[in-house]
Write a protein that binds this ligand. Sequence first.
Ligand code: F6P
Length: 374
Amino acid sequence: MEAMQQAAINTVGIKRIGVLTTGGDCAGLNAAIRAVVRRAAGHYGLEVLGIHQGTNGLMEDPPRAEALTLSMSDAGLLRAGGTILGSVNRGNPFAFPLPDGSLEDRSPLIHAGAARLGLDAIIGIGGDGSMRILNRLMKTGPFPFVGIPKTIDNDLGATEYAIGHHTAVEVAMEALDRLQPTAASHGRIMVLEVMGRDAGHIALAAGIAGGADVILLPEIPWRMAPVAAAIRQLRERGRNFALVVVAEAVRSAEGETVLAGPAAPGAMPRLGGVGASIAHALEEATGAEARVTVLGHVQRGGSPGALDRIVASAMGVHAVDLAVRGRFGRIVVWREGRVGDAPVEDAAGEARPVDPAGDMVRAARGLGICLGDQ
Ligand code: F6P
């Protein structure tokens, strides 16, 4: 295997590799950057450039990049939250929003920036929107690209795990661990609103891990009657509190998606606030006191958990191995406990929502957790 890769590198002739992070940040990005540097510089002897602010760094003149060396890829980076390279989560470069509201195709600047840096390969760590953009850049000019999936939402089609998801679940689980005693002390319903955009993976996993009584997901339409009945049943069994996990894209009791505010130019609509409306409706339906906690970006920050460190490290190594073999247009994936790769289109296409007939939903129902539909 090693010999094959070494032979391949001589065939493809890569000397300098770029790495960038793009889209919303999450825990584990630095662990992936570290793995790329260790594999590329430490094993293959390549030069590694870290590109700042995602593809925006390549648009600038001169491009914004720094040399990433083995000495900086120590274990501190493995533990660090955020991304040392910075990131952007708005502004499609093919229709880049300008201050006057008009849109400009800035992709030629990105191709020029990559050429100017002399990049033989680019490893892009991003979510579905970023993969679409990076793939299009590869098709419209010289942009030899390999993807690494990251998103706390874990909704990329191609892979079972994306970097950042596990840590977000751990943070939400810890929030439930902390909410439970205070809920029990005051006899309250605690509503925890978690991120995840249109996918309920964080809510479902954290709800199961954190002992939720009710989990409301965007994938399963809910009604107040079964939720109120579940809470009444808990009371009848002598329980004085309830833990309710709500995914941010769930509709309110009135059937509305709740937005935290207007979207910035070129950005997605900002979800947030549905937990408060559900807590209020729960008070009215059950007569119990309810409080709401909105976790927000706490789920994205901080040190990555063990599984995110492992996934990020394995993916970073595999991405470099793909690049030196000239396997561009591929994205690293995690399937059935193994690292592999797939065409990037698989991750840039349809999102992967929670399967209402899948094992995790079955487990939740088996535990007696109310999912709001029955
Ligand atoms: O996609 C990741 C995510 O954290 C979503 O779960 C959330 O809705 C969104 O990004 C928040 O985006 P922003 O950082 O722009 O507020």
